[in-house]
Design a protein around this ligand. Structure first.
Ligand code: ASP
Ligand code: MG
Length: 417
């Protein structure tokens, strides 16, 4: 909330996700909740996602035209999802007699770079939103979208509405951003996948950033990054109740990790493994491959290279990318291998499972316990990476849920009830 001295009102920043605005009945409930705060005398800056699976549907339409649709036009298309929901939420509020106005990303002052589909926010100019608050009680901003310096519509990456909301909060000087979702907070793992997952009341920015980046899904990683950068507390809570949810803030100092080194387990089903085989084993090859991927706007993760052999003038490499980038990666890698030689394959049937906790690196045996639990689910480990705060493994996706459950119990994260 932010007290605006000039105008003598306070602004509450809220974001409603796709399920919360999934149909008109739910939009009515969202409008009721917003009016609850308006009646208490607050101004409300609302960010909304596209309705339900709308973004997926739009992407599927584009893919009927081409497996590699123009990224610029895909952004123009995807941005229409949020444009529908800002209009409908604003209409519902107006219908209830609340003074509300919708804003597209551009109208709300979101300037981004030009990376279509994964744009970064350069600046948020809240001038028009603040101007609107002179006349309106609620401003409804389209999540997930902005505009680049050339006037092209951009999107912030799937799940990016969270980032819009936190960026608005930062631009308005708010200290808290409420993220409304279909669960009542952040859990030790996705409660839709593991019913025994436990709710976390408070989590540190760094742990949450890791979990979000590793595919936990509950928050967009850039939103957590933004929140940490601008000191905005994120309050993840249920759109179906008024109960307190989970707070993401700076609590590292207070975390005492003795018996439980792991805070949460993330499962990412949205990745693919790329294997490069028999590529030349000489300087500059990795640079060339990854430069081509970079130019195509694809980032690679978990990069491993085979052991250098003596007979080998040929080398192998493997890495992971986002599954929805697979078609673009195929194009980029093919053109490099055409000149340097070698071949490649992409496996989309994989998952990345990660345990996260500030004390993971300093607690002996965490990796061994992960491997043991994963093997108890009969899942074979294809790739491994570790850092101070996490251990990640890549396994086949059909074993992923069983492995997730095993790892979750191994670290005593199951709820007691
Ligand atoms: N509608 C976008 C998506 O489905 C953005 C969001 O929901 O946060 O990815
Ligand atoms: Mg989301």
């Amino acid at each position: 909330m932010v007290a605006n001295k000039e105008h003598n009102y306070s602004i509450i920043v809220q974001k409603y996700g796709g399920t919360s605005v999934g149909d008109i009945e739910r939009i009515r409930k969202v409008a009721n909740r917003i009016s609850h705060y308006v009646e208490k005398g607050h101004k409300v800056a609302v960010t909304v996602s596209a309705m339900g699976a709308m973004t997926d549907r739009l992407v599927a339409l584009a893919k009927e035209i081409s497996t590699r649709p123009s990224k610029r036009e895909l952004d123009v298309l995807m941005a229409t999802g949020e444009q529908q929901s800002i209009a409908l939420v604003s209409m519902m509020l107006l219908h209830k007699g609340i003074k509300a106005r919708s804003f597209t990303g551009q109208q709300a002052g979101f300037l981004t770079d030009s990376r279509s589909g994964a744009a970064r926010i350069i600046e948020v100019n809240p001038k028009s939103v603040l101007e609107a608050f002179k006349e309106f009680d609620v401003v409804v901003v389209a999540g997930f979208q902005g505009v680049d310096e050339f006037g092209n519509i951009t999107t912030l990456g799937r799940g990016g509405s969270d980032t819009t909301a936190v960026a608005i909060a930062a631009a308005l000087g708010a200290t808290e951003c409420e993220i409304y979702t279909d669960t009542d907070g952040i859990y030790t793992t996705d409660p839709h996948k593991v019913q025994t997952a436990t709710k976390i009341d408070n989590i540190d920015y760094d742990e949450m950033l890791e979990l979000a980046s590793l595919g936990a899904g509950v928050l967009h990683p850039r939103a957590v990054w933004y929140a940490r950068r601008y000191g905005v507390v994120i309050h993840v809570r249920s759109s179906f109740s008024y109960a307190k949810g989970s707070l993401v803030s700076d609590i590292k100092e207070n975390i005492v990790k003795t018996d439980k080194p792991v805070t949460g387990v993330a499962l990412d089903l949205g990745i693919a493994r790329v294997d490069l085989l028999e590529v030349p084993d000489k300087p500059g090859i990795a640079a060339e491959v990854f430069a081509a991927l970079g130019e195509a706007g694809i980032s690679a993760d978990m990069i491993i290279q085979g052991v250098p052999g003596d007979e080998a003038s040929r080398q192998q490499m493997a890495f992971t990318i986002d599954k929805d980038q697979a078609e673009y990666a195929t194009e980029a890698i093919s053109s490099v291998l055409d000149t340097i030689g070698g071949h490649f394959s992409i496996d989309k049937n994989i998952a990345k499972l990660s345990v996260v906790g500030i004390a993971v690196g300093s607690t002996p045996g965490v990796a061994a316990r992960v491997f043991k639990a994963v093997s108890s689910a009969a899942a074979n480990i294809q790739m491994i990476t570790t850092s101070e705060v996490r251990v990640s493994v890549v396994i086949a996706d059909d074993k992923a849920k069983a492995a997730l459950k095993a790892v979750h119990s191994e670290f005593d994260l199951d709820s007691k009830s």
